[in-house]
Design a protein around this ligand. Structure first.
Ligand SMILES: [Mg+2]
Length: 181
């Protein structure tokens, strides 16, 4: 059976929020990238932890999960951010572009309705820094219906930590499909 999806956010996960003084987190390297909706003279500065690429590849290359970008970077995740971490081109969710001023316009993460429809009943682990209680309730409801679901929520000021991926691999290992494989 197909491995569970790994939905992966970028802002607050691979690009943590700046430190209190606005500086780049110590482990991270600065890059200027030009998203598809910007011109070359208007780049965006991002900071990425070079350790994240190998950490993610350990999980991806083991075939434990089916990775999919789930981020407002959309296709730029696959073409700009992933390559800076040494990741192969991964599929991405073509999220809608709602006119919202908060990431929780209805009290839950704006991506969720799209994710819910896209996943249908597929097992999934979703790493995002921005879940609310309603998102955790959504996950609990999926689990109650028999759909393995795990939300992993890094602190946006710290971003993805090794223990988050340990949580992912531990969760995958206990899935019935993993035991049967
Ligand atoms: Mg985020």
């Amino acid at each position: 059976m197909r491995p569970p999806y790994l939905l992966l956010d970028i802002d607050g996960v691979l690009i943590p929020f700046p430190d209190a003084d606005g500086s780049t987190p110590a482990a991270h390297a600065r890059h200027d990238v030009v998203p598809t909706d910007r011109s070359a003279d208007n780049p965006v500065t991002v900071w990425l932890d070079p350790a994240h690429g190998p950490m993610l590849m350990d999980v991806i290359s083991a075939g434990l999960v089916t990775p999919v970008w789930c981020t407002s970077w959309r296709q730029d995740a696959a073409t700009l951010i992933g390559p800076l971490l040494g990741l192969p081109p991964l599929p991405y969710l073509d999220l809608p572009r709602p006119h919202i001023t908060t990431s929780h316009p209805n009290g839950y993460l704006w991506k969720r309705d799209h994710v819910d429809a896209w996943l249908a009943h597929a097992p999934a682990v979703w790493i995002d820094d921005d879940f609310t209680g309603l998102d955790h309730a959504w996950a609990a409801e999926r689990i109650a219906k028999g759909t393995p679901t795990l939300l992993v929520q890094p602190d946006p000021h710290l971003g993805l930590q090794p223990e988050h991926l340990t949580e992912v691999t531990t969760w995958v290992a206990q899935l019935p499909t993993a035991r049967a494989a």
